[in-house]
Ligand binder design. Structure first.
Ligand SMILES: [Zn+2]
Length: 872
């Protein structure tokens, strides 16, 4: 899965967020940030169109006063082996039910059985029977709406296979927790706009099995250590398109205007990876080595299928080469669905993406979503082919899928770019202080969903990176191949990975796996280089100053140092070092009369932790100029930018000049960031910034330059550049220019907004909706009416902007807005619409001065309706 269910994704220029919030006269962006009560973020940049994407992380949940004692979460005990699942499904849109017949082939796992227990959430059971040749033997059962316990007519022996028939109606919307609460994000199967009332959404059905939710639509053994094969027969309307795992074997056209698609997958996979999707999709087909690679998109986006997904065959080839294991499944399809609960899901050979992946050629310039495609694809080796046997071992799925993004970037775009993107993973982990106490392999947790976090994803990917450094590239990839081939179609825990890596490297990796995968926290290293004049040598002092509860880390890394020779030349040397003690003194090789000008550890950037080096400004400059690894270079840049700049401004000026002339675009981004931070440099570099804003090839550089011009530039010159920004090919740059213009010339900005209202793209309309919310004085009801409900996942942001706009409006505008809101509310098919409206109405009423309006009968009736819907 890509990004957990508590995430929200949108584009923004990261280095400037804090500054933007300070600078803006209104809390424009704060609203967007707080939209879902989220904080902190993960950034991913994309190479061809490098706009940063922020994935907001987990909501920080304040623990209740009662201390919850978590119990050990074992692997699910194997009692019965689900060998094969055959499903015959049709769909009742009116009730949002599934009419199902399942035939399960089951054998005892280790012992003979008199009963078979299955997961089946919220079913109405019609019949449970055993199939014996042509005979059907009805069986008795107990059912408590979660577990189905079937009593067998005779004991099932180890050699026997039971064919169990279950006829049922699944009611995924009616699944309740143990306490009787309806679960909106754990249905397993979702009906989108089932009655077709919502004008902004197509009608769709799709499933989401991870973690244990597929038992909401078919009876199964819902555990990651189960593996089954499957035949799925989907009866749908003739006009609908279906997708499932494996191959479409045939389509039978029925007499009543329906058809039955038969999907078959004969390679075993875990039940949580079983999927179906149904909707009006246009299928675009490519191939990889004669296997189908296909893209299922809504008709409006079908023309852009190859823009969005066209690199997929090449990605499959890349991962087949990197792992040494050819893509193992029958085909590889990707479908984009509405209102998905997460970013994307790696259902075997049928990945389901959230709707932001669906975009036009021009929108592609701003965010191609390549990382998400790569992440889900790499799961087809790590997760689908070899599956973590319990959710405690989730890093075997998610750390690898996240590291797959690094491997693909490194292979495709080179190490510099890959390192730059990868740095954001470590930053995301280090920002999440509430997660320091969690170990990646987590045997104790409250809910399985809790382990889908920054530790399993981002930190875990860095641990793999450090493991690669520990054993070397050759052994690392040999170990990966061993792990995949030895455990293909099976399940593993973390020790299987350790053993494969030990086999490949010949090294004992117990200490490494214990401290990194089973342990908590991370090292914090304080480092200083001292000249011991008595002994005429240099000594590196390393202190481990992390929280003592994390223990001491053993780290094999390198030290790079710059030595100045007698002839005036300098040279970077690298030596291996091991850090083990609380305070470690490492003696450098004798260097005679040479001087060491600078030094840094971990030059390749592998350590998942914090490194603090002490040195003087010149030494930092050497590091910034000579370090080849992204991490070491960024440490130096950060240190220089933090120097008191009245005193050392020449060094900072030199650094910015150096960065701006770099051929790497992210050096230019860093320079812009520094100019923004070190206030007085803007004027000095303005010509270069303007040139970058207008002519740089990289969207993100143009975008951040336009931002800077808006906030630091003055007068007619700044205004004229921003107006040119409104004609940029990138919508992001246009949106940023528009925001920047609101600072420079509010009236002109509002005029320009009107001209841009007709461009139907999410980035621009979200920006305009918020600019109106903050600046518009006239009646904008017609505008908001025209954009409400549109632009996919941005729709709630736009709705929030409307409510924010209304806070400052008079009674007449509010009265005109009410039917618009009511109409939108009635037609919307959003799962959480009552919750969203309830919260927005509350704030509107609290912040508006028009108290009389809120006393009106019509407003009260609307509020009551929302309240009643919410309560239900
Ligand atoms: Zn994932």
């Amino acid at each position: 899965m890509k990004s957990c269910s508590f995430t929200l994704i949108f584009n923004m220029k990261i280095p400037f967020i804090a500054a933007r919030i300070q600078h803006m006269r209104t809390n424009f962006f704060l609203f967007i940030l707080l939209l879902s009560g989220l904080s902190a973020c993960k950034i991913i940049k994309n190479p061809s169109t490098p706009i940063e994407k922020i994935i907001l992380e987990d909501v920080v949940v304040t623990p209740s006063s009662k201390k919850v004692i978590l119990s050990y979460k074992p692997m699910e005990t194997r009692v019965v082996d689900l060998v094969h699942t055959k499903l015959f499904l049709s769909f009742d849109y009116l009730h949002q039910w599934v009419n199902g017949t399942a035939v399960l082939s089951l054998t005892p796992y280790a012992y003979a059985l008199s009963q078979v227990k299955l997961d089946a959430h919220g079913f109405t059971l019609l019949r449970v029977a055993q199939l014996k040749g042509r005979d059907t033997l009805t069986l008795s059962y107990d059912y408590d709406s979660l577990k189905l316990n079937v009593s067998l007519a005779s004991d099932l022996l180890l050699k026997d296979t039971l064919q169990l028939l279950i006829q049922y109606i699944a009611k995924p919307n009616e699944i309740k927790t143990g306490t009787g609460k309806a679960i909106s994000d754990a249905r397993g199967l979702y009906f989108i706009n089932p009655l077709g009332t919502d004008p902004n959404k197509p009608r769709q059905i799709w499933s989401q099995g991870e973690t244990e939710y597929n038992s909401g639509w078919f009876p199964t053994v819902d555990a990651p250590n189960e593996k089954h094969t499957q035949d799925i027969y989907l009866t749908v309307e003739e006009k609908e398109t279906t997708l499932s795992n494996g191959l479409l074997k045939d389509t039978k056209h029925n007499l009543n205007g329906t058809k039955t698609d038969h999907w078959q997958q004969l390679k075993p996979h875990a039940p949580y990876l079983t999927m179906i999707a149904i909707g009006n999709f246009i299928v675009t087909k490519d191939t990889w080595r004669n296997k189908e690679v296909s893209y299922y998109l809504e008709p409006a986006y079908a023309p852009y299928a190859r823009t969005i997904f066209g690199k997929t065959p090449q990605m499959i080839e890349t991962f087949s080469k990197i792992t040494g294991v050819d893509y193992p499944w029958d085909k590889f399809s990707q479908v984009v669905a509405r209102d998905f609960v997460s970013g994307a899901m790696e259902n075997t050979s049928a990945v389901l993406h959230y709707e932001m992946v669906q975009h036009t050629d021009r929108e592609h310039l701003d965010n191609p979503h390549e990382d998400i495609i790569v992440h889900e694809l790499f799961h087809h080796w790590f997760g689908d082919l070899v599956t973590c046997r319990s959710w405690s071992n989730l890093p075997l799925n998610e750390s690898f899928a996240t590291y797959g993004e690094y491997l693909y970037n490194e292979y495709t775009y080179g190490k510099d770019y890959a390192d730059m993107v990868f740095a954001k993973n470590l930053e995301a982990y280090l920002r999440s202080k509430n997660k320091y106490q969690e170990s990646p392999i987590r045997n104790y947790y409250a809910e399985a969903d809790d382990v889908f976090d920054v530790v399993s994803y981002q930190k875990g990917s860095w641990i793999l990176h450090q493991l690669r450094n520990e054993v070397g590239d050759s052994a690392f990839f040999k170990g990966i191949n061993r792990y995949l081939t030895q455990n293909a179609y099976g399940t593993t825990d973390i020790h299987n990975l350790r053993q494969a890596m030990e086999w490949a490297s010949g090294k004992d990796l117990q200490v490494f796996f214990t401290q990194w995968f089973l342990g908590k926290g991370h090292p914090e290293l304080q480092i200083a280089l001292k000249r011991n004049t008595e002994k005429n040598r240099y000594e590196l002092e390393v202190k481990q100053v992390q929280d003592s509860s994390f223990g001491l880390f053993t780290i094999n890394t390198e030290l790079a140092y710059v030595s100045l020779h007698a002839d005036g030349t300098s040279k970077v040397k690298t030596i291996p070092i091991t850090i083990q003690q609380a305070t470690e003194t490492i003696v450098l090789p004798p260097i005679g009369h040479e001087l060491i000008l600078s030094y840094w550890i971990d030059p390749k950037g592998n350590i998942p932790g914090v490194i603090v080096e002490t040195k003087d400004p010149n030494s930092w400059m050497f590091q910034a100029g000579l370090a080849t690894g992204y991490q070491a270079k960024q440490r130096a840049i950060k240190a220089i930018s933090n120097l008191p700049y009245e005193k050392d401004s020449s060094i900072q000026l030199k650094l910015i000049t150096q960065l701006l002339s770099s051929s790497l675009y992210y050096d230019q981004l860093t320079a812009l960031d520094l100019i923004e931070k070190l206030d007085t440099f803007y004027a000095h570099f303005e010509p270069q910034i303007i040139d970058m804003a207008l002519h740089n090839k990289v969207v993100e550089v143009r975008d951040n330059s336009m931002y800077l011009i808006g906030y630091k530039g003055k007068g007619e010159l700044a205004k004229s550049i921003l107006l040119q920004g409104l004609k940029d090919s990138s919508y992001e740059v246009m949106a940023t220019s528009l925001q920047s213009l609101s600072i420079t010339d509010e009236t002109l900005c509002l005029q320009k907004c009107i001209g841009l209202e007709s461009i139907q793209t999410a980035t621009l309309q979200r920006t305009i909706s918020w600019l109106y919310a903050s600046h518009a004085k006239d009646n904008k009801n017609a505008y908001y009416k025209s954009v409400l409900g549109k632009f996919g996942m941005y729709r709630n942001s736009i709705l929030n902007a409307y409510f924010t706009y209304l806070r400052n409006q008079n009674k007449a505008v509010l009265e005109e807005a009410l039917p618009i809101l009511e109409n939108y509310y009635t037609l919307s098919s959003d799962r959480d619409k009552a919750k969203t409206f309830r919260s927005f109405l509350k704030t509107l009423q609290a912040k508006s001065k028009e108290t009389e309006f809120f006393e009106s009968v019509t407003f009260k009736a609307f509020k009551e309706k929302v309240q009643t819907d919410y309560a239900n």
